[in-house]
Structures are given as C-alpha cells and as structure tokens.
Design a protein around this ligand. Structure first.
Ligand SMILES: Cc1cc2nc3c(=O)[nH]c(=O)nc-3n(C[C@H](O)[C@H](O)[C@H](O)COP(=O)(O)OP(=O)(O)OC[C@H]3O[C@@H](n4cnc5c(N)ncnc54)[C@H](O)[C@@H]3O)c2cc1C
Length: 545
C-alpha cells in the first residue's frame, strides 16, 4: 500500500525535528525519517551550541528542558609560540562571575540525547518518527519531487519534502539541486571523547572551552587557516577534544591527515602543561571518531548561492550549505532554517503550490536572516591562515582575538543586537522567556535532570522564588510598550553597533579583563545566585504555554 503524507522530513539530526514539530503542530500529516537507530546518532558525539541558537531559535527549545551537558561561559584561547619553553599567551572571552555560570554563552550537548529530545517533541506534536530508515531516492513526477524511496523498498508520497540530511547532502546532489563540494571547503574533524571525573573538569575547565593555536612547525595544532585549531569542550563527566584540517590546501596539496592528526595529538597531549599534568592522569579515551564538515562553503560565492530548494523540496541546515564559517557552529543555522522551511511548507500546502517559484520565498528569508548571513560569510577563521603565512606573533594573537576573543563583538555585535531588537519588537514579553531560560537550564544541569534518566523537575519543589519573578514579570509587562517602541526605533540603527564596538574595543577588553580579575570578590554573590537557582522551585522557571 502506498503511503501518503503532507510532509516528509529527511533526517532527525538538529534541524529535521524542528521542521517536523512545526509542520505536525500546524495539523499536517508529517513523517520524520532517520537512517540511524536513534536521532542525532551521527558521528560527531558532541558540540557547543551558541546562545543565539537558543535565544532566537525555535520557542520549544528555548522554553523547554533539552538535555545539556554543561553551560559554557566562554573561550580561553592558548596562543602557543613555544610549548616546551612555556611561551604561551592567553586570550580570553567569557562572561565573568557572578553572571557566569548561570548566564551562559552557550551549552555543550551530546548529539544523541539532544536530538532524541527534539524528535520526542516532534512526535508529541503529532509527527511520526521512523528510525533505521534511509532515504535512497526520490519519487519524481513532471520534474517535481513528490516523495521518497527508502532502503526498505517503500515509496512514500508527500506534497513536500524537507531535506535535513546533514553534511555532504548526498540526496541533494542526487536530486540535481546542488553540486559536490571541493575538498578545500571541507574540513575533516578528528574528535576524541574522554571520560574524566566531574570534579577534575570543574577544577580545570569550570565552564570555559579551551582552544589552542600555534604555528605549524610546533606540530601541535593542524596548520592555521586550513581547517586549523584544536578545541576542547568540557562536559559533565567527559571531555570532547577536536582537531580539524581541510581535506586539501588552497594550492591543491592533499595532506596525509591520518599521520598528521596522530602526530599532533601525541605532541600536544604530552607537552601542553595543563593537559599533561591536570587532565591526562584522570582522563580515559573512550572513543575517537572522524567526521567531515563543510566549514568554508559559505565563503565561496558560487557554492553559497547554489539552490536550497527545488520543485517539491526545501533543503535546510548543513544540506543547504549553512554551516558557519567562523565559529563552525551549524546547529543554530540548522534550527533557524528548519523553522523557516516549516513555515514555507505550511504556506505552500495552504496555497497548494509546490513549485520552485513559490518555494523561492524560503531562499529570500534565509538571505534576510541576519545571523545566518553573518554565520555563513564570516571570514575570521579562514583569515587565520594569513598569520601562518606572515609568521607574525602579533598578527596571530590579533586574529585569534578577532575571531575567538573579545574582537568577535566587532563583527557579531550588529547581527546579535539586530536579532535581539527584532525579537523584542515582535514580542516584548519574550524577555520573560529569555530570563527564565538561563536559570531553568542551569537548574537542570545542576540536578542532572537533563540526561537520559531525567527526573521530572516539578517533583523537586524546594524554595519558592515566586515573588521575585512576579515583580520581574510585572516590570516587563509595564515597560513592554516602551521596550517595543525602543526596539522599533533602534532596530534600523543596529548597523552602527559593529563600528562602535570597533572604536571602543580596547575599553571593552579592559573592562572584561578587570571583571575577570575581580571575580574572587564576587564569590559570595556567585554562590548566592547558584544556591538560589539550585534550591528554587523549578516550576518558577517554566514558561506558561
Ligand atoms: C566534528 C564536528 C563538530 C561540530 N561542532 C559544532 C559545534 O560546536 N557547534 C555547532 O553548533 N555545530 C557544530 N557542528 C556542526 C553541526 O553538527 C551541524 O551543523 C548540525 O548538526 C547540522 O544540523 P542538520 O540537521 O543540518 O544535520 P545533522 O544534525 O547532521 O542531521 C542529519 C541527520 O540526517 C540523517 N540522515 C542522513 N542521510 C539520511 C538519509 N539518506 N535518510 C535518512 N536520514 C538521513 C543523519 O543520520 C542525521 O541524523 C559540528 C560538526 C562536526 C562534524
């Protein structure tokens, strides 16, 4: 019997379930297909999802309880000039205490539990999820995609297909919508997952990511600019470590990545003092995985402008080439694009028009999305190769500061402020939801209610902090017309934020440095804030639907 759906979504990674939930919530008969046994069971085990994904992404994630592994307050960069001589400079960009760790710069998560949670929300909204089902082809009629063919031999018809198959986009290439990417645009990530006791991670990392950078002759981090860098993420009881390198250099040279990765990993783990002395004695490697990601697709005009829709199908996330070129974070853009794709699919079904001409509005909205466009055209990481070429210490430090230090505000400021003002203009009460998200996520992290064996949070009622929230909400409601008007007036002026921060960057850096140095003074306030959240009645952080 032939199966028929309104929408078939391919892939239950980060983007697919977002699209499936919205379509099912709109009353459409929606099928979510995933080739693995579990959603999110892709090769990469974990990642850091930046805060803008949560603030401006799908409301059900912002207002929900997704499983996060650790709130992240920023990045500590080790600029390594001579590892043996200890010639290492630190460039730090993080939220200082007492705001951190409750107010986070992002959240670390493992893909499998996070995407499983997302897929559960889609199923609760009415979507059907089928795992262990690989889409191998499309049903095509009169040039339109009219459904999919699976490896079980099923043909499943649908009015529209949302393709969220992730990196490589094999099906998108097969459908003739996109071309294969050149190796210079693809980075191979060599990822390591270490078991490590929580108290060691708390002591050494706290809530801060650690990145390492160095000139190539040190052989500690893959050559700058061609994939470059070495990053370590702290989770609850584990550390995720990744080095990555483009498959081919700009001149076409193809390095022997396996040999390089082994050599660099051995060098850095035995020479970098904090890893060698503080982490290595308690860390136990439990997995090593390789995964390609298309980090520089957005920087090539031709690749960036390849179609992200065709008659009967919309592409989202990595498949649409939306992996970020700067921070290499593709989850927020996968969420944003999946949300937009679902809106367009719903509109197409209402209009009964699935033509490329109608679906072109998806491309227009992606192009108008300020964070997506910043993320996929940001050259900061790519430009690190210039420091490798000049071999200039000052330049290396400056470029790292520009991309992974406070300098990021000179290019991220405008898109972030613009999105913030846009969100407030659309709904001034969103401030209440943002304010609840941080303590709720922190509460879940502290009480470990965000892993596989989640405990229902409302059974852990302790201290009520209701009055404070009532007061806060009243102020937000009272000032909402003012906030709306201010956002409406300021949104068109958001373009000045980047140049302004550029001018005042030295002051911003100084202020940040001083706040970080003054952190010990704030210890009692930090403790009080953490205790208040930990002991609060968790229902005070939940968002009424
Ligand atoms: C090593 C590494 C580190 C990263 N670090 C970060 C980070 O720190 N922060 C961040 O935000 N992003 C990071 N990313 C990028 C991020 O993982 C992706 O951008 C994001 O997962 C894209 O979401 P998506 O839904 O487009 O694709 P995915 O999340 O990859 O989901 C695609 C899904 O489709 C399924 N699928 C594929 N083909 C088929 C098929 N034919 N039939 C059925 N199902 C199929 C896959 O199994 C998968 O579950 C990293 C990526 C890598 C590789």
């Amino acid at each position: 019997m032939q199966q028929e759906y309104d929408v078939v979504v391919i892939g239950a990674g980060f983007g697919g379930p977002v699209a499936a939930k919205k379509c099912a919530g709109a009353g459409l008969k929606t099928l979510l297909l995933e080739r693995s046994e579990n959603p999110g069971e892709k090769v990469v085990s974990g990642l850091t999802i930046p805060i803008y994904g949560f603030l401006f992404g799908p409301p059900f994630i912002r207002d929900g309880n997704p499983p996060v592994e650790r709130p992240v307050d920023g990045i500590r960069n080790y600029v390594i000039y001579d590892v043996k001589a200890g010639d290492i400079e630190i460039v730090e960009m993080r939220i200082p205490r007492p705001l951190s760790p409750i107010f986070a710069f992002g959240y670390n998560a493992y893909c499998k539990p996070f995407c499983t949670w997302e897929a559960e929300q889609a199923v609760n909204a009415g979507a059907e999820l089928r795992t262990c089902t690989t889409v191998i082809d499309f049903i095509k009629e009169d040039g339109y995609i009219k459904g999919v063919v699976t490896d079980n031999g099923e043909t499943i018809r649908s009015r529209i297909v949302i393709n969220s198959e992730g990196s490589q986009g094999i099906l998108a290439v097969k459908a003739g919508v996109r071309d294969k990417y050149p190796p210079q645009a693809i980075s191979l990530a060599d990822t390591y997952d270490y078991d490590c006791p929580k108290e060691v991670i708390d002591r050494v990392f706290g809530h801060t990511l650690r990145f390492c950078w160095g000139f190539d002759e040190l052989k500690i981090a893959p050559p700058l600019g061609h994939g470059n860098g070495l990053m370590s993420w702290p989770y609850r009881n584990s550390i995720h470590w990744m080095q990555d390198q483009c498959l081919a250099m700009g001149d076409g040279y193809v390095p022997n990545l396996r040999r390089l990765f082994d050599e660099y990993h051995e060098n850095i783990t035995t020479q970098l003092p904090w890893w060698r002395d503080e982490i290595a004695p308690s860390a136990k490697l439990r997995a090593r995985m390789w995964e390609g990601f298309e980090i520089f697709v957005g920087l090539d005009d031709r690749l960036r402008n390849m179609p992200n829709y065709t008659d009967g199908m919309i592409l989202v996330g990595d498949t649409a080439g939306l992996e970020s070129t700067g921070l290499c974070d593709g989850v927020p853009t996968a969420w944003f694009s999946a949300d937009i794709a679902a809106d367009v699919a719903i509109e197409a079904i209402r209009a009964m028009d699935f033509s490329a001409k109608f679906l072109e509005r998806y491309n227009r909205r992606i192009k108008a999305h300020t964070i997506i466009q910043w993320a996929i055209t940001n050259k900061g990481r790519w430009n690190l190769r210039k420091a490798q070429e000049s071999h200039d210490r000052k330049e290396l430090r400056a470029r790292i500061n520009h991309q992974f230090g406070p300098g990021i505000l000179t290019h991220a400021g405008t898109p972030l402020v613009k999105s913030l003002l846009h969100a407030i203009r659309k709904d001034p009460l969103v401030i209440m939801k943002w304010a609840r998200m941080f303590p709720r996520y922190y509460y879940n992290w502290e009480h470990e209610c965000s892993s596989g064996d989640r405990r229902p949070i409302d059974k852990q009622k302790k201290r009520s902090s209701g009055i404070g929230w009532v007061l806060f909400d009243s102020l937000v409601i009272l000032f909402s017309p003012v906030n709306w008007a201010a956002a409406w007036l300021l949104e068109p002026l958001a373009g000045v934020v980047n140049p302004l921060i550029k001018v005042f960057l030295p002051a911003v850096e100084l202020g940040l440095g001083v706040s970080i140095r003054m952190e010990p003074l704030f210890s009692p306030v930090t403790r009080w804030m953490i205790d208040s959240v930990k002991q609060a009645d968790p229902s005070t952080f939940s968002v009424s639907k």
